[in-house]
Design a protein around this ligand. Structure first.
Ligand SMILES: Nc1nc2c(c(=O)[nH]1)N[C@H]1C(S)=C(S)[C@@H](COP(=O)(O)OP(=O)(O)OC[C@H]3O[C@@H](n4cnc5c(=O)[nH]c(N)nc54)[C@H](O)[C@@H]3O)O[C@H]1N2
Ligand SMILES: Nc1nc2c(c(=O)[nH]1)N[C@H]1C(S)=C(S)[C@@H](COP(=O)(O)OP(=O)(O)OC[C@H]3O[C@@H](n4cnc5c(=O)[nH]c(N)nc54)[C@H](O)[C@@H]3O)O[C@H]1N2
Ligand SMILES: [Mo]
Length: 791
């Protein structure tokens, strides 16, 4: 049967037929004044996206290639000061490209491709062709290969623990129970970490319609009761009337273990489900009942850890057993010390409740962590840039980058393997910002002094560009055409540029094409296609993928004109794990047993003290119940920012409006503010042994006592970049967060396990300078024509 593709037509004037696809949604524009507007048809559009173009040419925009001064004068590895503290010299494109190609050639010849790191983690911009990492990976694959990274900062621990427990990352990344299978089915939705709608504004590939808010409201309308378990009340939207159970950060596993204990103790669990669909129950039960360590994981025990009342935990367990319960858990919980335990414990509780695979029951991770979770998957596999083969097999877990740079040759554990950190001489990065995403930034700055050469493509003179040797100006999503689609959504969009890039600014593809030309690999890199031919080719790939599922997509020029095609989705009527539930023999999970592993013999065999085979309470290094809390009594949570994506467009108006006096606000409970004599709007220093930053007090009882919240995203702005660990001025939480792997098993990032103290800043706080470009020194060797362009 051939399904006619559904194409969305929007109701705006016909001249206004162009779209631009972003991580925040699709916007329409007329290609004339550069302005973009939220698209009709999106029920919950993100307004802030429309405001970004106004700051496209802000003073911090990188307009020409630039090279760190002593690198240019004396060569790679030379430093007059520290990386991040030196002036830059603007150079011609040809000189920059010669330098880049020369460095790749030199490092390859002297040390081999295994000394080049192109992990280049980051969200870059939406778009299948101009996806900076894909371009970079394709580039290195035709140039001998490079060392990569695996996992993501988003859900590194989840990505590894889930395949051990349920055989895949479904229910974490994609494959969740769709809203249609929750709405009207679930009586009780227990949300660990809430469902903060600010996070559901974005999606890595793009978004055509924001449906999370409506999904949750529909559940409520149909009679579901919500409980928000977590340290922050407004993680649950007010309209949900959620009950708030404020627990200490990092203690969800203990709560869930106690719930499991109650369910077994009171015989409120589904023994039939456990017998048919799981292995390892006895091992878990022995642990819960203290047969292993003498500690019974009962409600009194969990009360002591979580800060909740024992009676409330008991009530929660009994309510979950008596009602059709769906468990939602934010991704944030596993970005913490031993973050995998909360995830495996949630699956254990859902298994005991016995409703996995049925409408309204079971569990899912990240329902509001990004947009599109709970939307049925696209029936068509959308195309992506073919990257080719990497001749280098070496990789690191993504969040171990500073460890790698600081300890080449050192051994580490990862998912049952012993691995060795490579010795990296050259780093090439495009489309990510490690000075945003990594933890313990003062340590990262030290690690960043190690390589001989660091090459970066960026839009802005942010800390990432400032800490590079060679900086190449890349065009933004507003300045190039692309195909935009998301694996979580059934649309494919044609993104038309709203304006041309500045004269000396090129796309990542064009920059890499020029470097490839210098290296003699241009044809292999481009495949002989121009950028516009690539877009047609990728669309042809989409048509072929669609055709294999009997779906026909319009021809390319129709698609370009319409701007957005949408295909029917699949599995809209199937709860997550429905097939397994229906027949576990015919549809086994990809675990060793084919069943849910409540205890994994494989993990137990790795013998990791920080990750046993079954869900367990493994005390975090930093939490409110630990020894360090005597010194640093506040738990810092660094959530995602409301009016931007990570560090992107932090200089632009929507982000600027969220600041107070130009700095990031830190949310603190009235009792904690009073105990420190802090008033609303005052500038404070947040500090611990790793570093200190300034922020502005925002008093609210939406955070529980003992917890403070500082969103990520403020551009790293050390007061004195030439002094290690100097005060950060802008409110970047990552000068405070620990750079510690979640466990030997998963080696993920653990920013949410972070203790701090806060005190009033005495004196006049230094001004934030992050949004001014660094010193750009004119190059005396350049011809007059270019010299005149230099500021
Ligand atoms: N403390 C703390 N830290 C965290 C987190 C947390 O919860 N707490 N969350 C973590 C998570 S989940 C993530 S995913 C990471 C996000 O970390 P990143 O994805 O690295 O953050 P972004 O700010 O999106 O970085 C993208 C960079 O690429 C640039 N860019 C955008 N488009 C393009 C392009 O087309 N070409 C080029 N060359 N450059 C482009 C942008 O200007 C920006 O500097 O942060 C992590 N860090
Ligand atoms: N607007 C906007 N949206 C975004 C992003 C952005 O930068 N801006 N980034 C996107 C990315 S890359 C990702 S990965 C996702 C991340 O999505 P999440 O990881 O779900 O987002 P966070 O905001 O880090 O955390 C969600 C909430 O978890 C709670 N929480 C933290 N620790 C604990 C804990 O120990 N226990 C409990 N119960 N709750 C806890 C916090 O109160 C926090 O508000 O967001 C995406 N969405
Ligand atoms: Mo993320």
């Amino acid at each position: 049967m051939t399904k006619a593709p559904k194409t969305t037509q929007h109701s705006e004037p016909s001249a206004d037929r162009r779209h631009v696809g972003t991580h925040w949604g699709f916007y329409s524009h007329d290609g004339l004044d550069g302005a973009i507007r939220s698209m009709a048809g999106d029920p919950d559009p993100v307004q802030f996206g429309g405001e970004l173009p106004a700051d496209r040419l802000a003073p911090c925009r990188i307009l020409r290639p630039a090279v760190r001064r002593s690198f240019l004068e004396k060569g790679p590895g030379h430093r007059a000061g520290r990386r991040g503290a030196e002036a830059f010299v603007e150079v011609s494109w040809d000189e920059a490209l010669e330098l880049v190609a020369g460095e790749i050639r030199r490092v390859r010849d002297e040390h081999g491709n295994g000394a080049i790191f192109s992990g280049s983690y980051g969200w870059s911009s939406a778009g299948r062709f101009h996806h900076a990492q894909s371009q970079l990976k394709r580039f290195f694959n035709v140039n001998g290969g490079s060392v990569r990274s695996v996992q993501s900062y988003s859900y590194a621990a989840g990505e590894i623990i889930l395949p051990h427990v349920i055989g895949s990352t479904d229910g974490l990344i994609t494959g969740h129970s769709p809203w249609s299978q929750i709405v009207g089915h679930a009586d009780l939705i227990v949300m660990f970490g809430g469902t903060p709608l600010r996070n559901a504004q974005v999606n890595a590939g793009g978004v055509s319609r924001h449906e999370t808010r409506q999904g949750l409201l529909d559940c409520k309308e149909a009679g579901a009761h919500f409980i928000n378990v977590g340290p922050v009340r407004d993680d649950a939207a007010g309209e949900l009337d959620a009950q708030w159970m404020a627990l200490r950060p990092g203690t969800d596993a203990a709560l869930l273990l106690a719930i499991a204990h109650v369910l077994i103790q009171e015989d409120h669990y589904d023994a039939g489900f456990i017998g048919r669909y799981t292995v390892g129950f006895e091992t878990l039960r022995d642990y819960l009942f203290g047969n292993v360590d003498g500690v019974i994981k009962d409600v009194a025990w969990a009360a002591g850890i979580t800060g909740l009342e024992a009676q409330d935990i008991l009530t929660l367990a009994r309510t979950m057993a008596s009602r059709k319960t769906f468990i939602m858990m934010a991704w944030a919980l596993q970005r913490a010390d031993h973050g995998e335990q909360a995830y495996s414990a949630a699956i254990a509780v859902a298994s005991l409740l016995g409703r996995i695979g049925l409408p309204g029951g079971g569990f899912g991770f990240g329902y509001a962590s990004v947009s599109g979770i709970g939307q049925p998957a696209s029936a068509v596999k959308w195309p992506s840039l073919p990257q080719g083969q990497n001749a280098i097999s070496d990789y690191i877990p993504v969040a171990r980058i500073a460890d790698m740079l600081l300890s080449p040759g050192a051994e580490y554990d990862h998912d049952g393997k012993k691995r060795i950190y490579p010795d990296i001489r050259l780093i090439y990065w495009a489309g990510g910002n490690p000075f945003h995403h990594h933890q313990d930034l003062n340590r990262l700055v030290e690690a960043w002094q190690k390589p001989e050469t660091i090459i970066v493509h960026e839009h802005w003179w942010n800390a990432h560009a400032r800490h590079a040797d060679i900086v190449l100006p890349a065009s933004t999503f507003l300045e190039r055409d692309d195909l935009v689609a998301s694996g979580r959504d059934g649309f494919l969009g044609y993104s038309t540029r709203t304006t041309a890039p500045p004269a000396d600014v090129f796309s990542d593809h064009e920059i890499l094409r020029r470097v490839a030309a210098k290296l003699g690999t241009e044809a292999a890199f481009t495949g002989g296609w121009s950028e516009s031919e690539w877009l047609e080719k990728l669309y042809a790939d989409a048509q072929a993928n669609a055709a294999s599922g009997d779906i026909s997509l319009p021809d390319f020029s129709t698609f370009r004109n319409v701007g957005l095609v949408e295909v029917e989705s699949q599995n809209a009527d199937k709860p997550f794990l429905a097939a397994f539930r229906a027949d576990p023999v015919a549809h086994p999970l990809h675990t060793p047993s084919g069943l849910i592993e409540l205890s994994s013999e494989l993990i137990a065999g790795f013998d990791y003290v920080d990750c046993p085979g079954h869900p367990a309470w493994v005390e975090p290094v930093e939490w409110l119940g630990g020894k360090l809390a005597a010194l640093y009594p506040l738990h810092l949570l660094s959530c995602q920012p409301h009016d931007k994506l990570h560090s992107q467009w932090d200089h632009a108006a929507p982000s600027r409006r969220t600041k107070s006096g130009g700095r990031q606000p830190v949310r603190i409970h009235p009792d904690d503010a009073a105990a420190r004599g802090l008033a609303q709007g005052e500038v404070v220093t947040i500090s611990n042994a790793r570093g200190a930053c300034l922020a502005v007090v925002a008093i609210t009882d939406a955070v529980m006592p003992g917890v403070v919240q500082l969103a990520t995203g403020a551009w790293f702005d050390p007061a004195d970049p030439s002094t290690p660990g100097s005060l950060e001025l802008n409110g970047n939480p990552n000068v405070l967060t620990p750079d510690r792997g979640t466990s030997r098993l998963t080696q993920g990032p653990s920013p949410n396990s972070c203790l701090v103290e806060i005190s009033r800043f005495i004196g006049t706080p230094p001004q934030v300078r992050a949004y001014r470009p660094p010193d750009l020194v004119p190059d005396p060797r350049l011809n007059d024509a270019h010299g005149k362009e230099c500021p």
